[in-house]
Design a protein around this ligand. Structure first.
Ligand code: GLU
Length: 288
């Protein structure tokens, strides 16, 4: 089967160093496997969206030499597919409506379990819809982080598939689109390793294939906080792409060529020396 990887940014700000690392890491894996590299814009959370950031991220990628093999898939154009998956889960009785407030949830450890909503049904407002999650252990072998195991009931509980506002959740959209795009390996930051068991479970509920997973170490600031979460401090300058690309490759601990004329030359040299074994097996470290 042809390797297919993807980079799936959310338009919540400009491309920053952490997302450049995920983009470069996923691109290198795909090119090393002589496969395809796709870009998916995860623009299904309007309240979190920053105007203009989808266009700015998509303009920055080619400046770093990262050119996708197919047109960008925009999740905002895929609502009908999420609706169909939602209906499939609903008709097979895998979903239940939930009217719980934040304080109801807080009283239950911020989690829902056993398919029970503790709040009273409210006829004046719509519910969130949650997946009934059984007491099950999901395991997978992360290419970089090794064997993983998560008890879904304990660690995630009955998680949200459609939010109160009617937006489909990241977990649902991601799983539907990884299958739609024929992704064979998901390469992304280690902050999402916790979502992987939920995604594997959803794939099983929907009868979709499970890709391989590789979670890259997270780029942290000097205080150990994920870069994107620590403010807008680290956007990468696509007007000076060579230096940011060098830093991203160095962060991934790839051997750096002494000189490179442009980003394409730098990426070609990085690819020529690329061995997945170079990638650091840890959850995250400082990008400084
Ligand atoms: N859109 C997510 C983010 O920007 C990444 C999703 C994924 O790679 O699965 O954090």
């Amino acid at each position: 089967m042809t390797y297919r990887g993807r980079f799936a940014p959310s338009p919540t700000g400009q491309l920053h160093f952490g997302s450049l690392v995920a983009a470069v890491g996923s691109w290198l894996r795909a090119r090393h496997a002589a496969g395809q590299w796709l870009v998916r814009m995860e623009d299904i959370d309007p309240p979190r969206e920053v105007a203009g950031s989808a266009a700015s991220i998509l303009a920055a990628l080619p400046a770093f030499g990262l050119v996708a093999d197919a047109p960008t898939l925009f999740q905002s154009q895929r609502i009908a597919a999420y609706e169909a998956a939602f209906t499939q889960l609903q008709v097979t009785d895998q979903l239940f409506p939930c009217w719980c407030s934040r304080s109801d949830m807080a009283a239950n450890g911020d989690m829902h379990r056993d398919g029970r909503c503790v709040a009273a049904k409210a006829s004046d407002r719509p519910p969130a819809w949650r997946l009934r999650v059984p007491d099950i252990e999901v395991t997978f072998d992360d290419v970089l982080q090794g064997p993983q195991r998560q008890n879904l009931r304990e660690s995630a509980g009955d998680f949200v598939i459609r939010r109160v506002e009617g937006f489909y959740s990241y977990q649902l959209a991601c799983v539907v689109d990884d299958a739609f795009q024929g992704i064979t390996e998901v390469v992304r930051g280690n902050d999402l390793i916790d979502s992987t068991a939920r995604q594997i479970w959803l794939q099983r509920c929907l009868g979709l294939p499970t890709p391989r997973y590789l979670h890259l170490p997270l780029a942290l600031d000097a205080h150990g906080v994920k870069l994107s979460k620590s403010g807008q401090a680290h956007p990468v300058d696509s007007a000076d792409p060579l230096s940011a690309l060098r830093r991203a490759l160095a962060f991934l601990q790839l051997p750096l060529p002494a000189s490179a004329t442009d980003v394409h030359d730098l990426l070609a040299q990085a690819l020529a020396g690329f061995e997945p074994a170079f990638l650091p097996h840890c959850s995250g470290y400082s990008a400084a």
